[in-house]
Design a protein around this ligand. Structure first.
Ligand code: ZN
Length: 207
């Protein structure tokens, strides 16, 4: 099959510039109000500046340069917040999505609009990947955790013996299953994944 030359827009949330209200607040309070976004190859995709946060709203400025997802554009927006007490000392902020008026922990920038995942019609990447690929991801997670040396997993110091034994079994079962199957790569658009790095609030324009 010949691949379509037209780039199709990603439909999974991880491909987009997105903001979690609680993370914005935490970073802003620490003086790290600038989120610089890069894709999985380290290419620059955009910047979000948290300008101000009050109990009921957050003001951000953004500049986006991600043709396969969030698009190209810039602006400044005021996003309403709602808070819910998770404990007596912390009222966790949530965005109020302007499209559906529902509370959402996270807003996504797409089509020049900040809205919740549902309003944009996005899924999570894992929902769009096949079972073989999810198994591969899980196996990589377990590899990171168990750090096998010469095929022998080692138990992290904090981990209980029973949990370690269960994870080793899971890891070995997955490895055996995956050996039977050729590696399946996800379709091109699914590889796109953007991540922020939070920098100083006074950060001007960084590419
Ligand atoms: Zn919405």
């Amino acid at each position: 099959m010949i691949e379509d030359k037209q780039e199709t827009l990603a439909r999974h949330i991880e491909a987009y510039i997105r903001l979690e209200a609680a993370t914005c607040e935490k970073m802003f309070r620490q003086g790290l109000g600038t989120a610089i976004w890069h894709d999985q190859h380290g290419e620059y995709c955009g910047t979000v500046w948290v300008r101000n946060i009050s109990s009921s709203q957050i003001v951000i400025a953004y500049s986006s340069l991600s043709p396969q997802s969030s698009g190209s554009g810039e602006g400044q927006v005021l996003l309403p917040l709602e808070r819910a007490a998770t404990n007596p000392n912390y009222h966790k902020p949530y965005f109020l999505c302007r499209d559906c008026a529902r509370r959402s922990g996270q807003l996504v920038l797409a089509k020049e609009k900040w809205a919740c995942r549902k309003c944009h019609g996005f899924t999570y990447r894992s929902q769009r990947l096949g079972p073989a690929y999810r198994k591969e991801q899980r196996s990589e997670e377990l590899f990171e955790l168990l750090r096998p040396v010469g095929g022998q997993p080692s138990r992290p110091r904090y981990m209980r013996a029973e949990r370690f034994a269960a994870l080793v079994t899971e890891y070995e079962t997955l490895r055996a299953e995956l050996r039977e199957k050729p590696r399946m790569l996800p379709e091109h658009s699914l590889r796109l994944a953007l991540k922020p790095s939070w920098r100083s609030s006074s950060e001007p324009w960084v590419i």
